[in-house]
Design a protein around this ligand. Structure first.
Ligand code: KG4
Ligand code: ZN
Length: 392
């Protein structure tokens, strides 16, 4: 199956084309193309993602990204017929004028590509941003007569480790069930129990800030730019504990009887510490970054360990932007090696930890095996962006 996938849930515009086969027993994927246009620079000056700006950027950038993706995958074929786009598309793209304008130029020039389905993130995320991807999927589906597979963004993160980005490599990895997935991103922090393929039960989640959000907020407190995760991590790495002044932060809810998290108190503790210290030297910033990162990792790993024991998990899966964090990757690897040597550990490649469209294609593939993709025009029209979509 060749799947074209679209991801616009936040500030990354992404399109991928993957070839998938093997079903649930022997899934294997080949990335034909995977492109991401980051909007970080645009949002950095606002210290966070501005939904209306994200929507417009997606609307402008999707068409060039689509053209390049098709070309890289060897699926872009020009046509002389120059048939205008179906009238229907004008209604579907009413709220995305830039996207309509660009598609009106591109689509008449190219032949229907040899793909089997279009997978698209329909939630969770920023609704205005999600709508742009959903509208593009609908437009392409109608124009090319291809079915749509609506995908939950978090399911994409949960399955991202099955993919390998090198296009020539055929990957083949298995998830042994029951599995525990630790999904950590800018908007979510949850522990998920997977008893089987595509069966999700959230057993714990954050009661306030997501872990990535905490990284971003703490970064702002110590004067770093958005997104803060990678920068905190870099700063923490350069800290030498010998130079420490003894700064300690709490590990909220680490001993609670559930699988929930809380990061807002930790962020406030950093804020108070920074105020107390006044002028922050480079060395103090490093120490704060180090101790904060350690506090986040300690809590995440401690609850994950508890979940692995309670549910007798045969796999541990990491996913989401924060799973790019080196300390988290090392700590989870260590606990699995030490306490759960039989447990399969699946960590996505760093580039696939963050938002990307390849993972949406993977989730779309499995979804399409379980449930037929949406084909009829009336059903396509009913697909909606759902900002608060839950994983289940
Ligand atoms: O999954 P993602 O790309 O987007 C969402 O779905 O939210 O996650 C983005 C989050 C941001 O908060 C970012 O600061 C965090 O992931 N992040 C990291 C690292 N790289 C990205 N956090 C900690 N350490 C990192 N190396
Ligand atoms: Zn994400």
């Amino acid at each position: 199956m060749i799947i074209l996938s679209i991801e616009t849930s936040c500030d990354d515009t992404a399109i991928a084309i993957i070839e998938a086969k093997g079903g649930f027993k022997k899934p294997s994927f080949k990335v034909l193309s995977s492109l991401t246009h980051s909007q970080i620079e645009l949002h950095a000056k606002w210290q966070g993602v501005v939904p209306s700006l994200a929507k417009r950027e997606h609307s402008i950038n999707l068409t060039p990204l689509l053209e390049t993706s098709l070309q890289k995958a060897g699926l872009l074929k020009e046509t002389k017929s120059k048939a205008p786009i179906p009238e229907e598309l004008k209604t579907i793209l009413e709220r995305e004028p830039e996207l309509l304008e660009n598609l009106e130029i591109l689509l008449p020039k190219i032949k229907t590509p040899k793909i089997d389905a279009i997978a698209v993130t329909y939630g969770p995320g920023l609704e205005p941003a999600l709508w742009v991807g959903v509208s593009l999927a609908k437009a392409l589906s109608i124009c090319w007569k291809k079915p749509i597979i609506p995908v939950n963004h978090m399911e994409g993160h949960a399955l991202s480790s099955l993919l390998e980005s090198k296009s020539k490599v055929k990957s083949y990895k298995v998830i042994k069930f029951p599995a525990i997935a630790l999904l950590v991103s800018g908007g979510h922090t949850e522990l998920v129990l997977m008893k089987d393929w595509l069966k999700y039960k959230i057993i714990g989640s954050t009661r306030d800030d997501a872990s990535g959000e905490a990284f971003d907020k703490v970064a702002r407190i110590i004067g770093l730019t958005y997104p803060g995760g990678p920068q905190i991590s870099k700063l923490a790495e350069s800290f030498d504990p010998k130079n420490g002044t003894g700064i300690k932060f709490p590990r909220p809810m680490i001993n609670s009887d559930d699988f929930d998290f809380s990061f807002s108190g930790l962020k406030t503790a950093v804020l108070y510490k920074a105020k107390e210290l006044g002028q922050l030297t480079e060395e103090l910033k490093k120490e704060i970054a180090y101790e904060f990162e350690q506090a986040v990792v300690d809590t995440l790993v401690s609850k994950t360990k508890k979940a692995l024991i309670k549910f007798k998990a045969k796999s541990l899966i990491l996913g989401g932007g924060v799973s790019a964090n080196k300390k988290l990757r090392i700590s989870t690897t260590e606990i699995v090696q030490k306490y759960f040597p039989e447990t399969e550990l699946l960590i996505p490649e760093i580039s696939l930890s963050a938002d990307n469209a390849g993972m949406i294609g993977v989730a779309g593939y499995f979804r399409s095996i379980k449930k037929k993709p949406v084909f009829s025009l009336s059903a396509i029209k009913k697909i909606k962006a759902e900002g608060n979509l839950l994983l289940k």
